[in-house]
Design a protein around this ligand. Structure first.
Ligand code: NAD
Length: 477
């Protein structure tokens, strides 16, 4: 029994919260203790059909609600969310494992994201093009694309759901969200805050067998837009399915972020910032720094300082007040991360920190140094508390090595050299680059990847545009 109340949520379809009617259910566990928290009832085919019919009807209504009212309703939902941060963060820590302070910060960021989109609802402008003929007008108009099917993962369940909910709802779309079955209660609590301020059916939430849900939603002619955050193989599969039905899709598929540390970098500042950023959420972040390319003059000092700061991290259950890093999300993820570390050490990487002791779903924060360029950890997304360090001799070499894997989401650079900043911003193959900082993702700026990290952007005006159709009208009087 957990010391804190936890219950799996119902699904929200047809305008009400109800039990999913699937024959199967799933068990949600606390990854810090392995303790079973509750059973999750899943949506069956009839539940999904009801969700589709409801979203169809709700879209006809919501699209006509004036932008000012959409904004006001979403802002009231955000106020409810902010009032509920402590309760929702506790649910998130219990089911996902991250330290409570991180869970609170995630909930606050989810509120900020939806607030930004709510305000942006009032700024969806078209444009007027100078007409070619007398007595005529040429307009470009923007309309909501239609009902949205959204799929969000378990690592940042609130923020990654909020990016989809905020954009779709602000644009005037109805939305069916399938959030991750591993972390259902925190997302349901956030959805409830918003739903209380929305017309029934505009926002629906389902949990189910993922392949059944995506098949039912994406193949339905009712759904006009798909948005997914998760792994590359699942993203590829959903992209193929969306292409078959000619649906627009936004894909955010993870990353393997390079960090280039030049000779002039402030070592202490760089290490303090990057250790904190690397091990946040036990490294299970698509934008986590993972591959550190360090100028050879600084390399030994960097490895020593990064190793010492990593070793000093307090690892423990997320509900424990002094924990700085919690467990990874499941035993399955723990086994995958351990296997990647072991294969990379076998290939010649040197473990500076890491190894035992491990319990529950914990993995010790690990630094691998002198990692050979063909080691698996440089090519497979670690998605866990593992950092790799390699020395470089020239900036050209660092950029080439940083680009030598299929991912392209976030990147980091530490230097004050204008020449290095220009070279890296021009040539590093990423969708977001932070220079002397870690802010690669904020509500008002686009966030998205290149190469296997996916396509399309979330947040910023680009994120809003993803939920809009464009129409050209040419009127001759
Ligand atoms: P996974 O591929 O098994 O699942 C990822 C997510 O996709 C889950 O939420 C799952 O419910 C969903 N999913 C799986 N099959 C689906 C289908 N047919 N239709 C719809 N949804 C489906 O990955 P995992 O083992 O849970 O996570 C590990 C990997 O996922 C990591 O290595 C990382 O690359 C990736 N990941 C990326 C992000 C991100 O922020 N981009 C987030 C979470 C996971």
């Amino acid at each position: 029994m957990s010391a804190h109340p936890y219950a799996c949520p119902d699904i929200l379809v047809g305008g009400t919260w109800r039990k999913g009617r699937h024959a199967q259910h799933l068990t949600v566990c606390n990854p810090a203790t392995g303790e079973m928290l509750d059973n999750l009832h899943l949506a069956n085919a009839d539940d999904l059909q009801l969700a589709l019919e409801t979203t169809h009807k709700a879209f006809d209504h919501w699209r006509q609600v004036p932008a000012h009212e959409r904004c006001a309703r979403l802002e009231r939902g955000v106020a409810r969310l902010r009032e509920s941060i402590d309760r929702i963060a506790t649910l998130l820590t219990l089911e996902q494992g991250k330290p409570l302070a991180e869970a609170k910060a995630e909930c606050a960021l989810a509120a900020d994201l939806i607030k930004w989109y709510a305000e942006e609802a009032r700024r969806v402008y078209g444009r007027v093009i100078p007409a070619r003929l007398p007595n005529s007008r040429m307009d470009v108009l923007k309309f909501p694309v239609g009902p949205v099917a959204a799929f969000s993962p378990w690592n940042f369940p609130l923020v990654l759901s909020a990016r989809k909910l905020g954009g779709a709802l602000a644009a005037g779309c109805s939305i069916v969200l399938k959030a991750a079955e591993e972390t259902p209660a925190s997302v349901a609590a956030m959805v409830d805050c918003l739903n209380q301020e929305l017309p029934a059916g505009v926002l629906q939430l389902v949990y189910g067998v993922p392949s059944e849900v995506s098949q039912a939603l994406i193949s339905s002619p009712i759904v006009r837009k798909v948005t997914f955050t998760g792994s590359v193989p699942v993203g590829r599969h959903l992209a193929e399915m969306s292409a078959r039905h000619l649906k627009r899709i936004t894909l955010e598929l993870g990353g393997h972020a390079p960090v280039i540390v030049c000779r002039d970098a402030d070592l202490n500042r760089t290490v303090n910032m990057m250790v904190q950023h690397k091990f946040r959420n036990a490294g299970q972040a698509c934008l986590a720094p993972t591959r550190f390319f360090v100028d050879r003059h600084l390399y030994n000092d960097f490895v020593e300082a990064f190793g010492a700061a990593t070793q000093a991290l307090r690892v423990g259950p997320g509900m424990q007040a002094d924990s700085q890093m919690g467990p990874v999300a499941s035993e399955r993820r723990q086994a995958a991360v351990r296997d990647l570390i072991d294969r990379s050490i076998a290939r010649g990487a040197r473990a500076v920190t890491g190894g035992a002791p491990e319990m529950g779903s914990f993995v010790a924060p690990t630094l691998l140094a002198d990692v050979p360029l063909d080691a698996p950890v440089l090519h497979e997304e670690p998605f866990g508390p593992v950092a790799s360090a390699m020395p470089f001799d020239t900036l050209d070499q660092a950029i080439a090595q940083a680009n030598a894997n299929p991912y392209g989401l976030a990147g980091y650079l530490f230097t004050d050299s204008a020449k290095a900043i220009l070279a890296v911003s021009e040539r590093l193959e990423v969708g977001s680059l932070a220079i002397n900082g870690m802010g690669v993702s904020v509500p008002e700026a686009p966030f998205g990847g290149v190469k296997d990290s996916g396509y399309g952007s979330e947040s910023g005006i680009e994120g809003m545009e993803a939920f809009l159709d464009t129409k050209f009208t040419h009127y001759v009087a």
